[in-house]
Every structure is written in structure tokens, then in C-alpha cells.
Design a protein around this ligand. Sequence first.
Ligand code: ZN
Length: 283
Amino acid sequence: MTAVPTARQDAGIDALAELLADGDVVVLSGAGLSTDSGIPDYRGATGSLRRHTPMTYQTFTRDPRGRHRYWARSFVGWRQIRGARPNDGHRAVGELQSAGLVGGVITQNVDGLHQAGGATGVVELHGGLDRTVCLNCGDVAGRAELDERLQAANPHFGPRTDEINPDGDAELPDEVLDGFVMVGCLACGEGPLKPDVVFFGETVPRDRVEHCFGLVEKAGSLLVLGSSLTVMSGYRFVLRAAKLGIPVGIVNVGPTRGDAKADVRVDAPLGEVLPALAARLAG
Ligand SMILES: [Zn+2]
């Protein structure tokens, strides 16, 4: 079902279409783009930060027990992440890119849904849940093969939960977590594995940030989709664009930290705005 945009949204979509019509658009997306795919937002009305303290880099790397709990919960949460499908918003970004209007996609999401929705050359600012990295030897491996090993090591570990978080973490009671068996790195045989995502308290690799600044600096416009821009990790690109006089458009449900820097601001569901925008520009 596709909801029909209201007249006020229509005016906003017209203004956005005008802003983006010259092309070289760089998209910066956040969790709000994936909520229609069943992956909850950290913030917002039902944001998981209201009930869940996300794993921090410090806890993950220094506390073996904290790491064990993360993987047990993530083993369960992965079923939902793996089963998630791209929504109309992701597909609209793919269409805008196919039409030659979008020059780059930077996402704060770790769910891989942009790529599944047809976007190419996506920069995963905060990494991706579909891979792991060894904290000992640095080997990068696929999450699917880890999942197979985890299923073999945990044939009877299958608690059900509906409470999952955007980082693929799930809510489980302590006594359940104790029964989980974690496996190590296959390359070095000992190293603890970390999902290849940037945790809270961790910095985004410098070369990745510089690459994104490069994309933004040569952009015709910056289009923010589904991010409240609360963390500097994404907000800094809006600041850079604004400083260089590059027009900024924002589509998000609810206010964002970048609203004062935006040339066009549409406060409406992405699943309604983006297909309408793609129909106008790429149809
Ligand atoms: Zn290793």
C-alpha cells in the first residue's frame, strides 16, 4: 500500500525535486530509512535507546563477558536482520541513482538494505553487520559463515524475542545468555570476533571519513534521509556542505539537528516521500 502524500508534503516534494534536479546528489541515510523494513530506530518515538543501552567499543573489547552477551543476543537478532528486505525508500534511492541523479550514497545503517534495494558504491560509514573482523589478527570474514559455525555450536540455542535493536542486538535474559557457545577467528585460531561495525564509543576510520568528505565536497546537493543527525559522525557532513554553500535537503519524521542548515526540510514518512520524488525525477 502506498499512501498518497498530502498537499503540504507535495509542496515539500516539489521543492526537493527542484533542489536535486541538477544531479550529483549525495545521499546521507540513517536508521529512519530502514524502519519500514522492520529494523527499529535508535531514537524517535519507539527508539530502542529508550529501553536499551547499546554495546560500547570499550565494553566489547575489554570485557569478555560483555562480548559473550553481545554475541548471544546478536545470534538471535541476526535472524531478523538477515530476513529484512529493502523497502520503497531504499528502492527509490536505487532508482534515483540509476537515473544518474545520485552520485554517492553514505549510510549510517549497518543492515545492507541500500545495496539490496539497488544502490551501488554505498559507503557504509559505520560498517556492516554482514561481516566480522578479528580483534587479534584483523581478518575480515563473512557473517553468514560465522552464523553456520554458531548454529553448529549452539544446536539448541533458539530463544525467541521480538525485541531487536538496529545493531542486530536482541534483548535476552541473563540465564539464557549463559547457555550460548561463542566461536573464535578461523584465520588465527584464537582471536575474538567483532562485527565489522562501528560501536558507540568507537571512531569511524579516518580514511573512510575523508572519502565521505570528498564525496560531499564535490556534490551538487546533500540529501539527508531518515537521520536525526544527533551524532557528529553524520552531522559533520551537513556542516561541511552548509559551509561550502552546497544545498541541503532533509527528509525525516521529526526534527533533526541539521534543520537550521537545510534549504528544504520535509517532515514526513520516507516511504511516502521518496517514491513520489523518484517518480518526479526518475520516472
Ligand atoms: Zn584472527
